[in-house]
Design a protein around this ligand. Structure first.
Ligand code: ZN
Length: 272
């Protein structure tokens, strides 16, 4: 009882001291609004190092967003592909450069030794160009247990697939990947965005994740151009989606790179 009374007295003094200071504070100096805690994180990922990604990256930047660009190091500078200079510019603008194997191979058809060459040497080449390479995307989403082990061995922090989340094809799949991912070597995503994927499907992915309480939604894009193949979307559709997505910030939904979403340091490559 004695302690409690003393505590009460102390509190009364503290309150008396604090109150005049508070009431005298100008309205403008009031504590800033607490930012909404982001619950749904969307990662905009672009596979295959296509030259159309330069314009796509600019669109993202105009909306204050940064994307993840998964490139095949052996095809850098080829016809229709990003050049080394363009990749450097993307990285300088804050985008993430991730690995996608040397030659865009199906890893599940390779022996572990060949997987190691495709994954480790690709990462090594990108790191030699000065990139912080911490996440990988499996070409065609094709992966087996050996490829997952190899991704870890090559020093990656996480690797993205192209399936496992709810979409038009899988209504029973979860709406979002957990954070941290349930299995960092098989980060789930809805299937690749195709030329027949309407913007409302992209929006629905995000809305489903929000409704399910949040998590990570990696969206998988390839070409960004008009009438340019099955795995493409048009600049108009991407722009419409980005504008809508930006406005979801008021609901706590934000865009991050895969590296930002999964976290972790840049780990060293294995020797040799
Ligand atoms: Zn690919």
């Amino acid at each position: 009882m004695k302690t409690s009374a003393r505590l009460k007295a102390s509190l009364a003094i503290l309150t008396a001291l604090a109150l005049p200071a508070l009431s005298g504070a100008p309205a403008a100096a009031a504590a800033p609004k607490k930012p909404v805690k982001p619950r749904t994180i969307v990662a905009l990922t672009f596979d295959d190092g296509d030259a159309t990604h330069v314009a796509a990256a600019r669109m993202l930047q105009r909306h204050g967003m940064r994307g993840t660009f998964y490139v095949n190091s052996r095809t850098i500078g080829d016809d229709g592909k990003l050049t080394e200079r363009q990749l450097t510019a993307l990285a300088r603008a804050g985008h993430e450069i991730g690995g996608h194997t040397l030659n865009h191979v199906r890893l599940d058809e390779l022996l572990p030794d060949e997987q190691r060459t495709q994954i480790c040497e690709d990462r090594r080449a990108l790191m030699r160009m000065g990139h912080r390479v911490t996440t990988l995307a499996y070409p065609f989403g094709a992966v087996n247990a050996d490829a997952e082990r190899t991704a870890r061995l090559c020093g990656y922090n996480a690797a993205r697939t192209t399936a496992g989340l709810r979409q038009w094809g899988c209504r029973t799949c979860p709406a979002a990947e957990t954070l941290p991912p349930a299995d960092p070597w098989a980060v789930r995503a809805p299937g690749s965005v195709r030329e027949d994927t309407p913007v409302r499907h992209l929006k629905q992915q995000v809305l489903n994740a929000e409704k399910a309480g949040g998590g990570l939604v990696p969206l998988v894009f390839h070409l960004v151009c008009d009438d340019c193949g099955l795995y493409s979307t048009t600049p108009e559709r991407l722009e419409e989606f980005l504008g809508w997505l930006q406005a979801r910030g008021s609901r706590g939904t934000v865009v991050k790179t895969m590296a930002e979403a999964v976290g972790g340091k840049v780990r060293p490559l294995p020797a040799g």
